[in-house]
Design a protein around this ligand. Structure first.
Ligand code: MLT
Length: 264
């Protein structure tokens, strides 16, 4: 079922009475990046996903986004759907949103799954890279930026074996509104550092990282894992930054084990 909440398309799957998992996608993707997880977990859970403002089918508006406004959107969805302490699952930019949401309102969740993300804010080099991305989109349009950015997100195994799948993902993202994509880049480069709050996370937390993740590599995520009290860490073989798409079997079984272990 699709609902519009605060102008955003929100998708609901599975049994309405069950415990909820809310999936927050990465950049520059949309809710469909979680399709394999939703197919699997909607058998036993209520699954909710949505398109982050500026991406997918959500409106770009004036493109003036911040990480804080993304967390406001998430909170509005939780409140409107009256979700009772869902499990929060975010990848990369979805992880930045999740980490800030945990810092701001962890009592609203029962557990967290953080995939291929980091708690540190962008350093100067990272900020300049985002700025160069915005400049490139202004000059050349969205397609060349999206093509290069997305290719870097995937590991070699996927790039070699799933050329058509990768092409489809790239084609989809190149149709997004450039204003929304640039707005997300600004929101990411201006986000706060949430590292100091990792030790305050009291929820069971699963950290998932692709072994070939070039953007948020295993050592970065292991560092996060060590700072969170009740965390588990799973390194996913044959995967880069997009673990749920690249190795869905392993990601799904890691999530399944984590949910069972914590009786969620
Ligand atoms: C993502 O997958 O959301 C992005 O790679 C995050 C980023 O660029 O920092």
């Amino acid at each position: 079922m699709k609902k519009i909440i605060n102008d955003l398309p929100v998708y609901l799957y599975g049994n309405n009475e069950s415990k909820t998992i809310i999936f927050v996608h990465g950049f520059p993707f949309d809710h469909t990046m979680w399709q394999t997880q939703i197919d699997e977990f909607s058998k036993d859970y209520k699954c909710v996903s949505y398109d982050i403002r500026g991406l997918g089918e959500s409106p770009a508006g004036n493109g003036q986004f911040t990480m804080e406004s993304f967390v406001d959107d998430l909170e509005t969805i939780l409140d409107e759907l009256k979700l009772n302490r869902p499990i929060l699952c975010g990848l990369s930019m979805g992880g930045y949103i999740s980490l800030r949401a945990l810092e701001r309102m962890q009592e609203k969740f029962s557990a967290a799954i953080l995939c291929d993300t980091r708690s540190e804010a962008d350093n100067n080099e990272g900020k300049l890279k985002r700025a160069a991305g915005i400049k490139r989109i202004n000059k050349e349009g969205l397609a060349p930026f999206a093509k290069e950015f997305i290719a870097n997100c995937f590991g070699e195994v996927f790039k070699q074996n799933k050329k058509e799948g990768l092409q489809k993902i790239i084609e989809k993202s190149t149709k997004f509104n450039p204003i929304g994509v640039k707005g997300c880049l600004i929101a990411m480069l201006s986000r706060t550092d949430t590292t100091i709050s990792l030790s305050k996370i009291k929820l069971p937390t699963l950290i998932i990282c692709g072994e070939q993740d070039a953007l948020t590599p295993p050592p970065v995520m292991k560092d996060m894992f060590h700072k969170i009290n009740k965390a588990d860490f799973v390194e996913v073989p044959n995967a880069g930054h997009m673990t749920p798409i690249e190795n869905p079997q392993m990601v799904n079984s890691a999530i399944r084990d984590f949910l069972a272990k914590n009786k969620l």
